[in-house]
Design a binder for this molecule. Structure first.
Ligand code: COS
Length: 377
């Protein structure tokens, strides 16, 4: 049984505890899923999560970040692909929730019901961490825009029904000349150039935009606002990446605790050995510290803070880096089983790695934190 004592922390309300219980019950009957065809599994997971009502809070005027974090943490503990399917529905529509027109927001009913899948298309071959130098262009042409360029590492690429695409519109230099667009997947000119495989497979693609014509109504927010839109979406969703890492770490700790209690060696159990106790203590400490940072960031945003850039960066940086350590210790405590293909610990070891890279690599989070504290008087 997973440790739920954190739900008594003052960050949470009764509705969060209810949500956690309902989702836990759903996970016990629905997860884990077969990962042999990740595209088909993700499509089905989005449909099922939508039908069960768990996508309801991923989009809209008021996104409750604590609920998003609780859901990601719980799903990640049971199945990384379920967490991924859930997370992308929020990230892919975040710009529409925060800045979209009424017409664009009509898509949100479909994404919340799990009937449409969404994707966030920001990264490019030449610009991952340095968003301000992206090369994709959107040239104004009368009442429309003409999009040309390439995006890569796009989660849900190939299975998404809508993409939020960031492109250079040139109102100003660098970060001041970007805009965001809502691109339905059936728009002529969208090409899936390559399906990308990773250590923890999920739908991932390199996309091309070949002279794609979009109506001016596809613009999300104002021209030139794209960088700010991307950053404020990341402000909301970065702490949820920390929450997913926390879920993976909790599972690693749970598995390690149960193994330590029964595995016998040197005439005792693993749990009797002080060296093992040291590992377990470090793991538990890092899990609790990560949870505090994740839910501090989520709670701060839910209280109405305009920017949670520093809190979200700290939550993501600490939770993902520490989850990597916790899972590595779990591998050590599981011996050969920890690296056996198909074992839960082996899959956690693969699942955690990308979280220290996507939605802002650990090194970028350090830059964000340092700039933020240096800017304070
Ligand atoms: N919310 C709102 N506005 C923000 C913001 C935020 N979180 N962060 C920055 N801005 C604003 C700044 O205030 C600044 O506006 P002014 O020029 O009006 O002052 C503008 O945006 C430019 O900011 P900055 O100068 O900090 O931009 P940089 O190009 O130096 O980039 C980093 C900053 C590195 C932090 C940014 O590029 C980043 O987060 N990179 C990682 C991207 C990422 O997560 N990629 C993964 C893609 S999704 S898998």
């Amino acid at each position: 049984m997973s440790d739920k004592s954190f739900l008594a922390w003052p960050f949470f309300e009764a509705r969060h505890r209810e949500l956690s219980e309902q989702l836990e019950a759903w996970c016990r009957t629905e997860l884990p899923r077969d990962h042999s065809d990740v595209d088909a599994t993700c499509i089905q997971l989005v449909r099922d999560l939508g039908k069960a009502g768990f996508l309801e809070g991923t989009a809209g005027e008021h996104i409750d970040v604590r609920s998003l974090c609780l859901i990601r943490e719980t799903l990640a503990r049971h199945d990384g692909l379920a967490d991924f399917s859930f997370a992308m529905q929020g990230l892919g529509t975040g710009a529409i929730s925060l800045y979209g027109s009424d017409e664009q927001k009509l898509w949100l009913d479909r994404t919340r019901r799990g009937e449409a899948i969404s994707a966030f298309a920001l990264s490019e071959p030449r610009s991952g961490s340095d968003v301000a130098q992206l090369d994709t262009t959107a040239e104004r042409d009368g009442d429309s825009y003409r999009l040309n360029g390439e995006k890569t590492w796009i989660s849900n690429g190939g299975i998404a029904d809508i993409y939020t695409v960031f492109a250079r519109t040139g109102e100003g230099p660098g970060a001041k000349g970007l805009s965001a667009f809502l691109v339905p997947a059936d728009t002529p000119g969208l090409e899936i150039r390559e399906l990308l495989e990773s250590v923890a497979p999920h739908p991932l693609a390199r996309l091309g935009f070949n002279d794609m014509v979009l109506p001016a109504s596809a613009l999300i927010g104002q021209p030139g606002q794209g960088f700010k839109i991307a950053m404020s979406v990341l402000d909301v969703f970065r702490s949820t990446v920390g929450a997913a890492a926390l879920g993976f770490a909790r599972r690693a700790l749970e598995e390690s605790l149960s193994r330590s209690r029964f595995r016998e060696l040197f005439g005792a159990t693993l749990a009797d050995l002080q060296m093992v106790q040291g590992h377990l203590a470090d793991m538990a400490l890092n899990v609790d510290a990560a949870a505090l940072l994740v839910y501090r960031a989520a709670w701060t945003k839910d209280q109405g803070a305009e920017r949670v850039t520093r809190e979200a960066a700290m939550a993501k940086l600490f939770a993902t880096d520490q989850a990597q350590q916790v899972i590595d210790q779990a591998v050590q405590l599981h011996g050969g089983d920890g690296v056996r293909k198909g074992h839960i610990i082996e899959s956690l070891y693969r699942e955690i790695r990308a979280l220290r890279i996507y939605e802002g690599a650990s090194d970028v989070q350090k830059v964000v934190i340092a700039r933020s504290i240096l800017a304070e008087e």
